[in-house]
Design a protein. Structure first.
Length: 286
């Protein structure tokens, strides 16, 4: 890919967004007794203090997320979940694998208070198991209760184009999953290994904090009908304006998806499930 001078590799495995584990339809209220009893062996949760040093067992101050046995690369040590200065909404979005913009309600301090969290599983655990442990922790420490509601909203559906998908089915016993981006001045390469189409749709909706994949600004629903996990890459090339910045009007995602992946984004109303917080309390630090 041209123009990838000063290529930087950014690991996005820490922000994995897959289909929501154990989705609960309708308005059923959730409690800690209603889900898996998987718990961490030890967990530390406290309000973030500015300037507090990063523990020496972490490889970087930006380490955030969970690292399971099925994650290929991560800044977080295996079998742990680590967050620095993360609000409750961020923790909910990660633990329940729901887009932050789909979280409704909650206390007025939902985003105002940042927490430092470090938790360790007793035995080797997959990423999905760590999600469930984190869900249990949020119910226990924050006394979190919630329900889900489905609404019809404007959005996009991701479908297979008329000439078929240009994707490679991941090997059943292939390497761990990953979601990486190489970034150049006006180019990006998204490299995906062993991940489902539902995750790609989610990432198109929410974008990425480190600039790799821009948000479409509306919900995106996977209707490709493609089962299993896939390996693929997507190259995006941006037009640079006279100020040396990307031209936001030249949005390359729609054409790139169709030409390179054989997929298509269609605009229509879609049913979206929202995560509605009923109640949450400030936790007692320990």
């Amino acid at each position: 890919m041209r123009g990838l001078a000063a290529r930087n590799l950014i690991c996005l495995g820490l922000l994995v967004t897959t289909s929501v584990p154990n989705p609960v339809p309708g308005r059923a209220r959730q409690s800690s007794a209603a889900t898996s009893s998987l718990t961490f062996e030890v967990a530390s949760l406290k309000v973030h203090r500015l300037g507090e040093p990063v523990p020496p067992n972490l490889t970087g101050a930006s380490a955030r997320g969970c690292s399971g046995t099925d994650v290929a690369k991560s800044l977080v040590p295996m079998g742990r979940c680590v967050f620095r200065n993360a609000g409750l909404k961020v923790l909910i979005a990660y633990a329940f694998q729901v887009q932050a913009q789909r979280i409704l309600g909650g206390p007025n301090w939902l985003d105002a208070i940042g927490y430092d969290l470090e938790a360790k599983a007793e035995e080797p655990a997959t990423l999905d198991q760590l999600y469930l442990m984190l869900q249990t922790l949020l119910r226990d420490r924050f006394q979190l209760t919630f329900h889900r509601e489905t609404k019809q909203v404007e959005g996009y559906v991701l479908v297979v184009g008329k000439n078929g998908a240009k994707l490679t089915q991941a090997a059943a016993k292939g390497p761990g999953s990953s979601f990486w981006t190489s970034i150049g001045p006006n180019t990006e390469r998204l490299t995906v290994r062993n991940r489902p189409m539902s995750e790609f749709a989610s990432r198109l909706e929410q974008g990425q904090p480190a600039r790799p994949l821009p948000s479409l600004g509306h919900p995106v629903v996977d209707r490709t009908g493609l089962k299993g996990n896939f390996d693929y890459h997507l190259d995006l090339e941006w037009t640079i304006d006279s100020n040396g910045k990307r031209d936001g009007s030249a949005f390359p995602v729609f054409a790139a998806i169709q030409e390179q992946l054989g997929l298509k984004l269609e605009s229509q109303k879609v049913p979206i499930e929202f995560f509605v917080i009923d109640s949450a309390d400030k936790p007692t630090p320990h």
